[in-house]
Every structure is written in C-alpha cells, then in structure tokens.
Design a protein around this ligand. Structure first.
Ligand code: FES
Length: 250
C-alpha cells in the first residue's frame, strides 16, 4: 500500500453562496442637490463580505461618484463610520450575514454632510482637541522612562482603544440637539489622560469638562456605549470623569 492510498479524501471547499444585496444609500451632492435623496444599488456579495466590500462593488462597478471614506478597511483608522440599518457602525466591521441583504446606509448624524456618506469631521476634532488629548508633564524624565505600575495603567486601559471614528458622539441624542456638547469621544480621550498617573494636566481638563458644554450634558442614554466598535465602556468613563469633578480627585 502506498502512502498516497492512506490519505483521507480531501474535498474541495463548497463554493460560498452569493447573494443579491440591496444597498439603499442616502445621497447628497452639494453641486446638484438641494436636499438628500435615496438611491438603491443591487450588488452581489457573500455572507462573509463586509458592508464596505458591497459599497466598493457599487462604486467600482456601477457609480464612481458614490462617495464614502475608508482607509485601513480593518477597523483601525475609524474613517468609515456610518449609519447602517439605523445604527452607527464601521462599514469595514459589519458582515453582510449579520446585517442582512437589505441595507440602508446614511451619513453619521449631527455633523454637516459634505457629500453622500462623507461628513465634515472638523467640529468633532475641534471638540477632541479642546480637552488637551496628550500627555502633559513638564518634569524632566532624565534618562529613565516615566514609571507606571500595571495597576495605574489599568485605570485608563479601556479608553486608550478609541479610534476617533465618531460613532459614539454622533449616536448621542444630546449631541444631535446641541452640537456645542463636547460629546462622548472627547470625554473618552480626556479620560485617557486624566487617569494617567504620569500626567499633570488633569485639573485643567476637568475644568474644561465642568463647563456648560461638558460632561453634565450627558443624560446617560448609553447610545455611545452601544455604538462603539471597540467596545469601550463609554458611559462608565463619563461617570468616572463626573465623579472626579465632584470629588476633586482622580
Ligand atoms: S476603513 Fe479604517 S476603520 Fe474602517
């Protein structure tokens, strides 16, 4: 008997099932439209394809003017947040088999639409910058690293995961009604430094977040926590910042 005869039979993998997927997309071209309108594209996709793949098929095979942001395509850069079947998410993170074959896509809410699914992110980033989202420490570290224990690092581990996709802030009903609200993403990024034992800017950040546009506008709706593609416990982080302001300690 030869070795070949002992081998189990290897079956070719079954061909993946291909579906017709209907993408109903809210479109807006500032050069030709006075208001947004819906357009429908039908593309073919497998269940394990991502919503982003279906969007690419529509753009590359049917209408090159269809406009959306994407870069990494792997849930890292945060550029393709949109409203998918009514809820915020990343198009590169959502599989067709999880969202179904009839998909509605809209730009994230609360920010000005530039074209189709692309919004102006500048108001969002201005709010992010306002909380001083960087390490503040004027001490000379000398030739050593600034030491931090594992327990101290753990205090802000969750909020280091933010990718600034804006899914949280633009899912917040308070933000929709009042864009001066600093929003969950800015608070998350403030939290990341407020609870960093090496940082010296916590008092300044807490003063900023204690203003009218700051954390007190949060009504604990939990939309932000549900929308976060990184699973950050955003409402909990906001509560921790509120407590730090109230009890003057971090
Ligand atoms: S394209 Fe980068 S997060 Fe989706």
């Amino acid at each position: 008997m030869t070795v070949t005869e002992d081998r189990p039979e290897v079956k070719a993998p079954a061909a993946a099932e291909v579906f017709d997927v209907e993408l109903k997309i809210k479109r807006y071209n500032p050069e030709t439209d006075t208001k947004p309108h819906w357009e429908t594209f039908v593309v073919q996709a497998e269940g394990t394809d991502r919503v982003l793949d279906a969007l690419h098929t529509a753009k590359w095979e049917q209408d090159g003017t269809l406009t959306f942001r994407r870069s990494c395509a792997h849930g890292v850069c945060g550029s393709d947040a949109m409203v998918i079947n009514g809820e915020n998410g990343l198009a590169c993170f959502m599989l067709i088999k999880d969202v179904g074959t009839k998909i509605t896509l809209e730009p994230i809410r609360g920010l000005p639409v530039i074209k189709d699914l692309v919004v102006d992110m500048e108001p969002f980033f201005a709010q992010y910058r306002s909380v001083l989202p960087y390490l503040i420490n004027t001490g000379d570290p000398g030739y050593k690293e600034r030491y931090q224990s594992s327990d101290d690092r753990e205090r802000f581990d969750d909020t280091t995961k933010c990718i600034l996709c804006a899914a949280c802030t633009t899912s917040c009903p308070i933000y929709w009604g009042n864009s001066s609200y600093i929003g969950p993403a800015a608070i998350v990024n403030a939290h990341r430094f407020i609870f960093d034992s090496r940082d010296e800017g916590s008092a300044e950040r807490l003063d900023i977040l204690n203003e009218r546009s700051g954390v007190w506008k949060c009504r604990t709706a939990f939309n932000c926590t549900e929308a976060c593609p990184r699973g950050i416990k955003i409402t909990q982080a906001i509560q921790e910042v509120k407590r730090a302001i109230l009890f003057d300690r971090v």
